[in-house]
Design a protein around this ligand. Structure first.
Ligand code: IPE
Ligand code: IPE
Ligand code: MG
Length: 231
């Protein structure tokens, strides 16, 4: 059983290019696939926590029309899925710098978070406007503020306290999938992946369906996790 699965959603643009379509068509197909995967994981109870990298702090440097398309897609998706996630008992969280996003995007995110906050099933953490280094810097600032306010003793800072000051206190990632054949992290959950198993399938994300996910999980089950110890 995987407690926390991470997915770096990648290859939407190349999926579209191969078909002679616009990049936006790739994002649309990717979003549809992600919705299917979330429901599949929830129904089959495959994982307890699912973190999804859907928009990085670096992605703001893409052409404005692509960024705008993605933001509109997120808004539509978050509005549309409110009912579905409530019915499925899915709890939604967001990680990232909300201050970089437009108000209509943040509003849709906050509504979805509030609407699903008491759900007890699959926890889905969307990393949107997210950077792993930014998360570590933001946690450091929070901790420093507590120290300066006299609420926290410097000697009380340890790994567990640091984790509590991240965007959300989540368990470590056990298995990280990045689709599209790129073998890199691109600033995703740097703190949480310290002992994750990595898997880099060549498939572009829109084609990474439930069958491919099952294959990935089988691969995870073959891994020998030692955490530095001798067995
Ligand atoms: C992933 O697909 C989606 C986002 C980063 C928002 P890409 O848009 O990175 O697709 P490629 O990597 O260009 O194919
Ligand atoms: C990483 O993918 C960010 C997301 C999946 C949201 P990118 O496509 O932006 O990363 P690079 O540029 O290939 O490293
Ligand atoms: Mg990419």
């Amino acid at each position: 059983m995987i407690n926390h699965l991470g997915i770096i959603v990648d290859g939407n643009g190349r999926w579209a290019k191969e078909r002679g379509l616009k990049r936006s068509e790739g994002h649309k197909a990717g979003a549809q696939n992600l919705r299917d995967l979330i429901l599949y994981m929830s129904n089959k109870k495959l994982v307890n926590y699912l973190s999804l990298y859907v928009f990085s702090t670096e992605n703001f440097d893409r052409p404005a029309d692509e960024v705008n398309y993605l933001m509109d897609l997120f808004i539509k998706w978050f509005k549309k899925c409110q009912e579905e996630y409530s019915k499925e008992n899915i709890k939604i969280l967001f990680s990232g710098r909300k201050s970089l996003l437009k108000k209509n995007v943040v509003d849709a995110m906050v509504k979805l978070e509030q609407r699903t906050q008491n759900n007890t099933g699959l926890v889905v953490n969307f990393c949107l406007s997210y950077g792993g280094r930014a998360e570590i810097v933001d946690a450091t600032k929070k901790i420093c503020q507590k120290c300066l306010a006299g609420e926290l003793d410097i000697n009380a800072i340890d790994e567990s306290l640091f984790s509590q000051n991240l965007y959300h206190e989540l368990p470590d990632i056990d298995f990280l999938i990045r689709t599209s054949g790129e073998n890199r992290i691109s600033n995703f959950m740097l703190w949480q992946v310290s002992y994750a198993e990595f898997y880099f399938p060549k498939t572009y994300f829109p084609d990474f369906d439930t069958e491919k996910l099952d294959e990935a999980i089988l691969e995870y089950q073959k891994r020998d996790r030692r955490f530095g110890k001798v067995k």
